[in-house]
Write a protein that binds this ligand. Structure first.
Ligand code: FE2
Length: 427
């Protein structure tokens, strides 16, 4: 079992400690400098030199079946969700299991390099051979040394839009997915949208699986499925196993209606995931000026006590061409477009990135307390603020006490006034 010592680790609360990992779990937090490095091999210790250390990150919303396909078979020229769905519809006709696995593994390695060791991915179930679902369920076992992978059965084109889609969703459950997905705003009528939420909740209850729906990912204030999901969660008492992803229409609801939905989410215990990178480019596309930003109401949801995580969503696919798989990029975008740039917001952003994302993932062993899973990340930053400001390189990533990634920060030589100075990358 893994054993590791991280010395001089600055925690999010500012304390500097030595972290000892035994049997893959955090064994103890000791005063900085009080641990005995002699009892660890050189490969099993790291001096953080008072840099920031957090539990490793959790990515609650990815699409690993589509990742790394940007430009194939063609680029999304309009940049809209509609064209993205069209292009993915063409691309998924030619996917193979190996193709999906190779692309997904490439993106998973990017995420691990950025300190992420838990990933929830959606997998399209409206591709009739279920190639992506099967590939990602197999990959889940093949990458078990790197990450915990959750696969959501995601009917990208709707459940009731074609008579085969509900059967395909059931078949995906037989393949071995971890969660039930849905996309009610893509169904053809409001009635079908509400019915699709109930189908997903029925399947979840019958198979004892959690639910994570793409829901109200539109600027249409009349898209009203988040309240249907919260209502079903309340009636069935399953809110702690339900996630509402995106919920961007809430941005455009009247304040009166938004408060009703937010209080239902709060009462039901349903979590919300916001995806800043994708939604800042996909929302507001039908607006003239002024253009809405179109994100969900993160501040009001948090004030109401709703758990809200930050997802990256797409990485290099037809829906979002950009992306590096770095969750700090998503947080950086959120800081800007949600006006979370006050200094007091730094702690809130870190809470979303760490404990809130882990809660969405239902990770009970998360944290840096004795007994927590020994998964952590060291940032090349001397404070939580600077880690966000610079999206600092992650110099060490441990998963359950095993080293899974190391990064050497870049240095740049700047020549000025006849002198030269080597400065650290982005610091
Ligand atoms: Fe998504």
């Amino acid at each position: 079992m893994a054993r590791y010592l991280v010395q001089n680790a600055q925690l999010l609360d500012g304390d500097v400690v030595d972290i000892e990992i035994e049997d893959s779990d955090v064994a103890s937090l000791n005063p900085a400098g009080s641990s005995d490095p002699e009892s660890y091999s050189s490969d099993n210790q790291y001096d953080a030199e008072e840099r920031l250390v957090t539990p490793s990150l959790t990515e609650p919303h990815l699409h690993l079946d589509a990742t790394q396909t940007a430009g194939g078979p063609r680029w999304n020229r309009s940049g809209t969700l509609t064209e993205g769905i069209e292009i993915w519809g063409e691309r998924k006709q030619s996917i193979t299991k190996q193709d999906v696995k190779d692309r997904a593994l490439k993106t998973i390695k990017w995420l691990v390099s950025h300190g992420t060791t838990r990933i929830r991915t959606h997998a399209d179930t409206t591709e009739e051979t279920l190639t992506g679902v099967e590939a990602l369920c197999e990959l889940r076992e093949e990458v078990a040394d790197l990450v915990d992978l959750q696969v959501v059965a995601f009917p990208q084109d709707g459940i009731l839009t074609d008579e085969s889609h509900e059967d395909l969703l059931r078949d995906a459950i037989d393949v071995g997915v971890d969660l039930i997905g849905g996309i009610p705003h893509r169904e053809l009528t409001p009635e079908d949208g509400a019915a699709s939420v109930k189908i997903a909740a029925d399947l979840a209850e019958r198979h004892e699986l959690p639910v994570d729906l793409h829901i109200d990912e539109t600027d249409d204030p009349n898209s009203r499925f988040t309240e249907v999901l919260a209502s079903e969660a309340l009636k069935r008492d399953i809110g702690d196993r339900v996630t509402a992803s995106h919920a961007t229409a809430m941005h455009s609801y009247s304040n009166a209606h938004a408060q009703k939905v937010i209080s239902m989410l709060s009462e039901s215990g349903v979590s919300v995931i916001t995806n800043p990178l994708a939604n800042i480019v996909l929302q507001g596309r039908y607006d003239d000026y002024p253009r809405r930003r179109g994100h969900t109401r993160v501040d009001e949801l948090r004030a109401a006590g709703v758990t809200i995580g930050i997802g990256h969503d797409s990485v290099l696919d037809p829906f979002y061409h950009y992306g590096t798989g770095d969750q700090l990029d998503a947080a950086f975008m959120l800081i800007h477009y949600l006006h979370m740039n006050g200094y007091q917001d730094v702690a809130d952003v870190w809470e979303m990135l760490t404990t809130e994302n882990a809660t969405v993932f239902s990770d009970d062993d998360y944290g840096l307390e004795p007994g927590s899973d020994g998964s952590l990340v060291v940032y090349d930053a001397m404070s939580p603020f600077d880690a966000l400001r610079t999206r600092a390189p992650r110099t060490l990533v441990l998963r359950s006490g095993h080293e899974v990634a190391r990064t050497e920060p870049q240095q740049t030589t700047v020549r000025h006034a006849g002198d030269s100075e080597r400065i650290r990358y982005r610091r």
